[in-house]
Design a protein around this ligand. Sequence first.
Ligand code: UDP
Length: 332
Amino acid sequence: MAIGKCLVTGGAGFIGSHLVDRLLEDGHQVVVIDNFSTGRPENLGHVADNRRLSIHQADIASSDIRPLFEGVRHVFHLAALADIVPSIQQAGPYHHANVNGTLAVLEASRHAGVERFVCASSSSCYGVPDVYPTPESAPPRPMYPYALTKWVAECYVQHWHQTYGLPTVSLRMFNVFGPRSRTSGTYGAVFGVFLKQKLAGKPFTVVGDGSQTRDFTYVTDVVDAFVTAAASQLGGEIMNVGSGGHYSINRLVELLGGPVVHIPKRPGEPDCTFADTSRISSLLKWTPRISFEDGVALVLEHIDYWKEAPLWTPDSIAEATADWFKFLGDDR
Ligand code: UDP
């Protein structure tokens, strides 16, 4: 990718902050927009003094962001609200951040004439798919408002390519893991939950019998996919980003090491996520480099990051996921 000015929305988040690291290492000038609602200033603390980095606290859905796009060549749009349960409880803020926010970033990018717009999309749009590994052509079946907003946002991105010729690439990420994976107050991604439980000497709360598998992809590999997409000549593309494999929760527990307690399976959860990555490997020649085992070892080296994370127990999880069962379960 030619050296230039890049803009990263959600640059203080988990994946965004790793992307900022990589762009700075590669010599780019980097503009971050983050409202710090779930992103954390600490995620950029180690690069805060870098003179090629500027950090702006702003809501992406506001028109105030426009001037920040001046001279920007590559836009990486990662800002979004994540997590399932709060999206069921309050869909409005999810629509605002994920759909209105994407529209505002698309418009700012179009007016600035950016070279490439790379969007963080989500495998959650597949819901419980019929085909594994799952190709991009699988029908969208969002199961909860978070997934819906990510899919609608992706439709906007496609439409901005179709109508205005904005050169866009949407990357449907599967389960991304690595240091700094999110630890907001809400019950969320398994790594944050398990690592805090390990630090506290408490059992891992394994959902169901733990045989369900996820396509866990290491964060620096995902970042590499973003950079490679930005450097490409593609437009109007949608590609899966996955590890090429899928790994059970029991395998994760084995690698982390510790006792286990089982909690009920949640409605609408797939037993497997597994990306068909033939499209990204043929169009971008991208392949992941970090194995699941090596990735878990790298995360364990940074386990102290989760010291301040909330500690989840079977009881607190039951309470936090009550609406999940209420709205997605069979007894609706
Ligand atoms: N999981 C688990 N215990 C937890 C949280 C999650 O066993 O306390 C499992 C969950 O059943 C799923 C996997 O970990 O199979 C990944 O869950 P996460 O919420 O991180 O991602 P998603 O389900 O959206 O793929």
